[in-house]
Ligand binder design. Structure first.
Ligand SMILES: Cc1cc2nc3c(=O)[nH]c(=O)nc-3n(C[C@H](O)[C@H](O)[C@H](O)COP(=O)(O)OP(=O)(O)OC[C@H]3O[C@@H](n4cnc5c(N)ncnc54)[C@H](O)[C@@H]3O)c2cc1C
Length: 321
C-alpha cells in the first residue's frame, strides 16, 4: 500500500519528509496554521499550512507509558506488533491544544505473536485453517477462532502465560500459509520458536510438552473432526483432522496490536475540542482517532478506516477556504 501511495505522491510532486518528527501544532487566533518539527540532523523546522493540518500519526501501541496511563492492564509485560513510531504523538499534540479524546482505555492484543520480539505471526494464520492451541501441559484451552481478546486472555491464564500452536503440513497448505510465510518460518526456526516434526512425539519433545497428553489431545481433535462437532470448545468452523505429519509446533504469546482510543473527529474529520466544537484548521484520520471501532476493532477494518477517513481529510483540507 505504501509503495503505491508513495508513487502517487511522487507523481503529484508532494514532498515527503522522513526522519522528521512533528512536535507541536501552531495555533494563531484559534486556528491551527502549521506544525513545528525537528529532524534527525537536529534542525528545528516550521511547516506552515494555509488550509489545514491533518494528523495521521497512528496509535500508541508502542508507547508503554501511554498504555499504562490509560489502561494499567497493558504495561511493560506486553511487547507490541506495532512499528516503533506508533507512539501516540498526534494524540498528545492535539490534546495540548484542547482536543477531546475518547475510548483511550480500549487497547487490543493480537493472540499469536513472537514471544521474543512481539511481531505478529502471519505463519500462524494456519489457525484459521484448523491449527489448534495447546498449553505447556499439551491441553487445548480455548476455541481457536474466538475473538482476539478472548484468546489473548486465555493464553495469559495458562502456565507461563504462553501457548503452542500445533498444525500439520496439510493444514498449512489449505490456505497457503506455509508457502506464503516461509521467511517467517526460517526466522522462528533460528530462534528456536518453531519446530517441524515428523511425529507428534518429536513435536512434543522439542518443547518438553508431555507426549501422551499431546497425543491424547490430537486424537480427541481427530474424533471431533470426524464427528463434525468439537465437544470441548465448539470450534465454529469445525476441527480438521491431524492424522499425518509433518507436524508443526510454534510457541506464541499475545502482543499489543491496536489502540481503539484517540482524538474525537466528526464525519468530515474535523477535530472536536473538549467542549464539542470544531478546532478550525485541524483534521485527523486513522488510528490517531478514537471512537471509530468501539471497544474492540474487527480485523481488516483499520485499512477501511484509514482509507475512507484519510481521503475525506485530504479532500476537506485541500478545499478548505
Ligand atoms: C503487524 C500489523 C498487521 C496489521 N494488519 C492489518 C490488517 O490486515 N488489516 C487491517 O485493517 N489492519 C491491520 N493492522 C492495523 C493497521 O495497519 C493500522 O491500524 C493502520 O496502519 C494505521 O494507519 P495510520 O495511517 O493511522 O497510522 P500508521 O500506519 O501507524 O502511520 C503513522 C505514521 O506516523 C508516524 N509518526 C508518528 N508520530 C509522528 C510524529 N510526531 N511526527 C511525524 N511522524 C510521526 C509513524 O512513524 C508512522 O509512520 C495491522 C497492524 C499491524 C501492526
Amino acid at each position: 500500500m505504501i509503495t503505491k501511495y508513495k508513487m502517487k505522491a511522487d507523481e503529484l510532486g508532494i514532498p515527503v519528509k522522513t526522519e522528521t518528527e512533528a512536535t507541536e501544532l501552531i495555533v494563531e487566533d484559534g486556528k491551527v496554521v502549521g506544525v513545528k518539527a525537528k529532524n534527525t540532523a537536529g534542525q528545528d523546522l516550521t511547516f506552515k499550512a494555509n488550509k489545514g493540518v491533518i494528523l495521521a500519526t497512528g496509535g500508541f501501541g508502542a508507547n508503554i507509558e501511554m498504555r499504562e496511563k490509560y489502561n494499567a492492564e497493558y504495561g511493560a509485560e506486553y511487547l507490541t506488533t506495532d512499528a516503533a513510531g506508533t507512539t501516540g504523538d498526534g494524540i498528545v499534540m492535539a490534546e495540548a491544544i484542547g482536543a477531546q479524546l475518547v475510548d483511550m482505555e480500549y487497547i487490543q492484543t493480537y493472540p499469536v505473536c513472537n514471544p521474543e520480539t512481539g511481531v505478529i505471526s502471519l505463519l500462524a494464520d494456519s489457525r484459521f485453517d484448523g491449527a489448534i492451541l495447546v498449553n505447556q501441559e499439551g491441553n487445548r484451552f480455548v476455541e481457536e477462532l474466538e475473538r482476539r481478546d478472548v484468546i489473548s486472555r486465555a493464553i495469559l491464564a495458562q502456565p507461563g502465560g504462553y501457548a503452542y500452536q500445533v498444525w500439520t503440513q496439510h493444514i498449512g497448505e489449505i490456505g497457503g500459509t506455509l508457502e506464503a510465510h516461509q521467511e517467517e518460518f526460517e526466522m522462528l526456526e533460528k530462534q528456536g520458536l518453531i519446530h517441524k516434526a515428523e511425529t507428534i512425539e518429536e513435536a512434543a519433545e522439542f518443547f518438553n510438552v508431555p507426549v501422551d497428553a499431546l497425543k491424547a489431545t490430537i486424537e480427541r481433535v481427530n474424533t471431533f473432526a470426524a464427528n463434525g462437532k468439537d465437544e470441548d470448545f465448539n470450534h465454529r468452523a469445525g476441527l480438521v483432522a491431524m492424522t499425518e505429519g509433518p507436524f508443526y509446533i510454534q510457541k506464541a504469546v499475545p502482543s499489543i496490536h491496536h489502540t481503539m482510543g484517540g482524538i474525537v473527529i466528526d464525519v468530515d474529520t474535523h477535530v472536536i475540542d473538549v467542549n464539542g466544537n470544531v478546532i478550525p484548521g485541524l483534521y485527523a484520520a486513522g488510528e490517531v482517532t478514537g471512537g471509530i471501532h468501539g471497544s474492540n476493532r474487527l480485523g481488516g477494518n483499520a485499512i477501511a478506516d484509514i482509507t475512507v477517513f484519510g481521503r475525506t481529510a485530504g479532500v476537506n483540507a485541500a478545499t478548505a477556504q
